[in-house]
Design a protein around this ligand. Structure first.
Ligand SMILES: [Mn+2]
Length: 306
């Protein structure tokens, strides 16, 4: 079913529509939530509330409300780019009378009353393709947001998840005439803290006995370089594309737990994420550990896939 068929039906039933992203927001999460907001405003004359956690680097795309400020008891909720209810930017949304999930991750939790779950390269690709299939008006603002999610979730259209349709949809977004190279410059912009953290990250790169690359970013490093979770994740790029080391993993302290981000070059490793209570895509997934003492266990498990 087309996501906008559901949206058209539900937005008139409830006094408000709320779009929510996931914890540790990224470009796809912010792009999908704001892009969908603009599409709904431009096509249906209804103005949804967007709820996301803070992420300064994507604030130029538009404004949103922080979690904890919305009453969901009379809301139609659209949850985007979020595989499980626990990872929502505001898990309170589960109390809403109508929930639509739109997501592109491996299906683990179909928590919506309706669920649009497609294994495409980004949540923005799903939203853009459904909008195009329904011949909706796509403004430059909407296109800029959707393109942001497509370009950031695909490593600039380089990951295996990119198909011919991905580029056809991106081309149709470019047809709206927004300034693409200006957008990419904004997305690529780095602070001096970013750069100095990356220098530190290269110096901390570790290789396990069988060749798994890994790195552990501790809380004192996070404090020293004033890092947000998405800035920490940039350390993954230090481990990408290293010859003969297709599996790499980033560990980072977060709120008393250890966040794990798994990546690989064409080796399916999401079962390791699942084994440690997480999930995600076949080649890009994540989990949380209670304690850093479990890091060697995770690395040993990954070695089995080499
Ligand atoms: Mn995504």
């Amino acid at each position: 079913m087309n996501a906008f068929e559901i949206i058209e039906r539900e937005i008139i039933k409830y006094p408000k529509t709320v779009i929510i992203g996931h914890i540790q927001p990224d470009g796809d999460c912010v792009g999908a939530s704001l892009g969908l907001k603009y599409l709904i405003e431009d096509n249906y004359g209804v103005s949804p509330v967007v709820v996301n956690q803070a992420i300064s680097r994507f604030e130029f795309l538009g404004a949103w409300t922080l979690p904890g400020n919305v009453d969901y008891s009379d809301a139609f909720v659209i949850q985007v780019d979020n595989s499980t209810r626990e990872r929502s930017a505001d898990p309170e949304f589960m109390g809403a009378p109508s929930i639509l999930k739109i997501d592109h991750h491996i299906v683990m939790d179909s928590y919506g009353h309706e669920n649009i779950e497609e294994l495409l390269s980004s949540c923005c690709e799903i939203i853009a393709s459904h909008a195009m299939a329904r011949n909706l008006k796509i403004s430059q603002d909407a296109a800029r947001c959707l393109y942001t999610g497509m370009v950031t979730d695909t490593g600039r259209f380089a990951y295996p998840s990119v198909g011919p349709d991905t580029l056809r949809i991106a081309a149709r977004l470019l047809d709206t005439g927004f300034d693409m190279s200006f957008l990419i410059a904004r997305i690529n912009e780095r602070t001096m803290d970013n750069v100095q953290f990356m220098a530190h990250a290269y110096s901390q790169l570790r290789i396990s006995e069988k060749g798994v690359l890994y790195m552990y970013v501790t809380q004192d490093v996070i404090d020293r370089f004033h890092l947000t979770p998405d800035m920490v994740s940039e350390a993954l790029s230090c481990m990408r594309d290293i010859k003969d080391h297709p599996i790499f993993v980033l560990f980072a302290d977060l709120n008393g737990k250890v966040r794990v981000e798994f990546r690989s070059d064409r080796i399916k490793i999401n079962q390791v994420a699942v084994a440690f209570g997480g999930g995600g895509h076949a080649f890009a997934c994540g989990a949380r550990l209670d304690d850093s003492s479990m890091i060697p266990d995770v690395v040993r498990e990954l070695e089995k896939y080499l």
